[in-house]
Write a protein that binds this ligand. Structure first.
Ligand code: AMP
Length: 283
């Protein structure tokens, strides 16, 4: 596995891979890798000849009051994991390499970035879209893998690819979970043992939403109320939002119609740790 930290070297290597007819798969991450990331890497290996994994904790997607500084990092462990996964290139640029002095050009997704996560993290998707656009221009991948875990992010990236004519195929892979259903996340290590136990309620509440929809409950308000009630059985949980949206357009839904894919998504805080999760239900 080759480790590259310079943008120009990464660009040159990617173009070399393309010239030799190799299909490039990119997996953008912030590191502290877990099974969720590894599932994206395995998917990338299936659809490409050369897999590039980027590890970059992107400062522009964190608000000043968020956890950029304390975000977990373990590059040695990550490097050995990627090595055993047969990754071709690990791209780990520094903040200065990605955001040189005087950096002033951003990709700003509109409308769908101001709802759900965007409401609670106003500049978040500007940071995400900007870094992903930069990574696409640096690694020039044929395909890039994203997790359903960040449902709104995947939709925004797909929209950006369409709107700005990137020639990268976006593949969205399912959510990897712990045994009790908690979605794998680098941030789970922040949880105290009590909070960790309580956090399993999120997936249980989403399962209940799915069951209600399958049984014919059409009112989003009724479903949201029930999900909130279930989460509130855990004392450490503070809900940011529970929402029901069209899984493709993210349009808000009041009455669920047959034949639609429904995204039930939520964010909740356990102590200082903010977790997100979601489920897509085919009605
Ligand atoms: P992150 O390192 O948290 O920025 O995540 C990098 C990529 O991994 C994103 O596309 C995430 O959606 C994806 N990802 C994170 N957690 C999971 C998970 N539990 N299952 C599947 N994909 C995930």
């Amino acid at each position: 596995m080759k480790i590259i930290s310079s943008v120009s070297e990464m660009q040159a290597f990617a173009e070399e891979l393309r010239r030799s007819g190799k299909r490039i798969g990119l997996v953008p991450t912030m590191g502290y890798l877990h099974e969720g990331h590894l599932s994206l890497i395995r998917r990338a290996r299936e659809v490409s000849d050369a897999v590039i994994v980027s590890i970059f904790v992107n400062p522009t997607q964190f608000a000043p009051n968020e956890d950029f500084e304390r975000y977990p990092r373990d590059i040695e462990r990550d490097t050995s994991l990627l090595h055993s996964e047969g990754v071709t290139i690990l791209f780990t640029p520094s903040v200065e390499e990605m955001y040189p002095a005087g950096f002033s050009t951003y990709v700003v997704p509109e409308s769908i970035s101001s709802i759900l996560e965007g409401k609670f993290r106003p500049a978040h998707f500007r940071g995400v879209a900007t870094i992903v656009a930069k990574l696409f221009l640096i690694a020039h991948p044929h395909a890039a893998m994203f997790g359903q875990k960040d449902a709104q992010q995947s939709i925004i990236i797909k929209r950006m690819v369409r709107d700005l004519n990137f020639d990268t195929q976006i593949i969205v892979a399912p959510i990897m979970r712990e045994k009790d259903g908690l979605a794998k996340s680098s941030r789970n290590i922040y949880l105290s043992p009590g909070e960790r136990n309580d956090a399993a309620i999120l997936f249980q509440s989403l399962n209940k939403a799915e069951e209600m929809i399958h049984k014919g409950e059409a009112s989003a308000a009724v479903i949201i109320k029930e999900v909130e009630k279930i989460i509130h059985t855990k004392k450490t949980a503070v809900i940011d939002y529970v929402a029901v949206n069209d899984a493709e357009s993210l349009a808000e839904i009041a009455e669920i119609q047959k034949g639609k894919s429904i995204l039930v998504s939520l964010a909740a805080r356990f102590g200082k740790t903010r977790l997100i999760d979601n489920i897509i239900v085919q009605q």
